[in-house]
Design a protein around this ligand. Structure first.
Ligand SMILES: *Cc1c(COP(=O)(O)O)cnc(C)c1O
Length: 447
């Protein structure tokens, strides 16, 4: 198909996610045709460094031979059969591996296919857990403790525990009520030290728990970094404090590691860095190396046991998606985990994340850089108005920077006035440097 027809038919038939199509349709957009390693190639063959890892998912690069092979080998056996009332080999093998590599509390794996679904499942499980234990005693447990500025996905339950006003406003009659608390952000602090900041917020949380413990099923958090709202990094100790509070007030700790899981923040899971052992963990994005949609909700033995009975209708978790435990996606995930070991990827990320950190921190001297924050290969650079540094940089200017990067062969995205660096996880040092150089040149050109 020729290029003109493709552009036309994209506009004619496709409704893009999170996109104002009225604006999208005004210009010609990039159409990707293939990928290789850290690069994406458009229909003209123009290469772009994948600085957003195709929306935070790509791990070992595009068109990876071993991942390709694992997928085609599985296709040679079977693509899909259901987990309802039967099982399959890759889903068993993967569940065992996930239990082995995640924090020790987590013993069981419930599959689904998107991050949002993994969160829905976590919410419903946590809610039903209390009902299954003692419906009368825990009758008032109907809410979740959530963090301001959090993002847990776009389905109604996930939006209900999210904390982004722009996404919430229109759906306010559909979403259920929760209790929201502030989240300490490393760089937007009214306090002198991280400890003071964490202390003040944990005090606020403790106060809420003292008052409303009986109403709360669990506390859901994005550990270490709140992603989609603007890459807000938290002090590591905050997560530990959250865990302590959950234990003290007997509520479940749910960590949404959909974005942070699988090496993104520099350790296999963000929980590791804070030495936190949750009751429920949500996984998606990087789980298949960024190849196929798969998600998992992992739970403790205690939660699993609360759903056991000797009768089908009693205590059963009535939830399941058609493609639960799909063989091809599970085979990709198994190959992804093998590659983590074979390539010693976590060690590699230690080197590249130090480089990314150093290169981005150096930009702090610029009058229009408000701050730089993140962990691992998940960084945000907040741009401000150079004349009025308390104000964000005007969005049309931010968009010009992004466009200039694209023109010069770097694919990155902004979240409002925050430029996000979430590259392919196995990007080389050379490619990380190149990514930063293109960004710096774009800043020079536009600012
Ligand atoms: C992306 C994301 C989700 C939603 O995942 P989808 O696969 O897009 O539904 C949920 N939580 C976090 C933290 C995410 O980053």
């Amino acid at each position: 198909m020729n290029k003109k027809t493709l552009f036309q038919e994209d506009h004619d038939y496709v409704w893009h996610p999170f996109t104002q199509m009225g604006v999208y349709s005004e210009s010609e957009q990039i159409i990707i045709e293939r990928g290789n390693g850290s690069y994406l190639y458009d229909i003209d063959g123009k290469p772009y460094l994948d600085g957003y890892a195709s929306l935070w998912v790509n791990v070992h690069g595009h068109n990876n031979e071993k991942l390709n092979r694992a997928i085609t080998e599985q296709l040679g056996k079977i693509a899909h059969s259901t987990l309802l009332g039967s099982s399959n080999v890759p889903s068993i093998e993967l569940a065992k591996r996930l239990v082995e590599i995640t924090p020790s509390n987590l013993r069981k794996v419930f599959y689904s296919d998107t991050g949002s679904a993994s969160v829905e499942i976590a919410i419903k499980m946590a809610y039903q857990y209390w009902k299954n234990i003692d419906a009368e005693k825990y009758a008032s447990k109907k809410k979740f403790l959530t963090l301001k500025n959090s993002y847990h996905g776009d389905t109604i339950g996930a939006v209900s525990v999210g904390g982004i006003d722009t996404f919430h406003a229109i759906f306010k009659d559909l979403i259920f009520e929760n209790i929201q608390v502030g989240c300490p952000s490393l760089f937007k602090s009214d306090y002198d030290t991280e400890s003071e900041l964490v202390e003040s917020i944990t005090k606020e949380i403790r106060h809420i728990l003292e008052q409303q413990q009986d109403e709360i099923c669990g506390f859901i958090v994005e550990p270490l970094i709140q992603g989609a709202t603007g890459l807000y990094a938290q002090p590591v100790q905050f997560l530990k404090e959250v865990e302590k509070l959950c234990r003290e007030y007997n509520i479940l700790l749910i960590v949404d590691e959909v974005a942070t899981g699988f090496g993104r923040t520099g350790t296999m899971f963000a929980c590791e860095r804070a030495d936190v052992n949750p009751d429920i963990m949500c996984l998606a994005k990087g789980i298949t190396g960024g190849y196929l949609p798969l998600a998992a909700t992992l739970t403790s033995q205690a939660i699993y046991d609360a759903f056991l009975s000797n009768s089908h209708g009693k205590k059963t978790f009535f939830h399941g998606h058609t493609y639960t435990g799909n063989q091809v996606t599970c085979a990709a995930a198994i190959a992804n985990l093998k590659l983590f070991e074979e390539t010693k990827l976590i060690d590699h990320i230690k080197v590249t994340s130090a480089l990314l950190n150093q290169e981005l921190e150096a930009l702090n001297v610029l009058s229009y850089v408000g701050n730089v924050r993140g962990y691992g290969l998940m960084y945000g650079v907040e741009l401000v108005n150079p004349d009025q540094p308390v104000e964000p940089l005007a969005i049309p200017t931010v968009e010009r920077i992004i466009q200039t990067c694209k023109d010069n062969g770097l694919m990155i995205r902004n979240l409002e006035n925050v430029i996000t660096f979430v590259p392919v996880l196995n990007m080389s040092e050379h490619e990380i440097k190149k990514m930063i150089d293109i960004f710096k040149n774009a800043l020079n050109q536009v600012m």
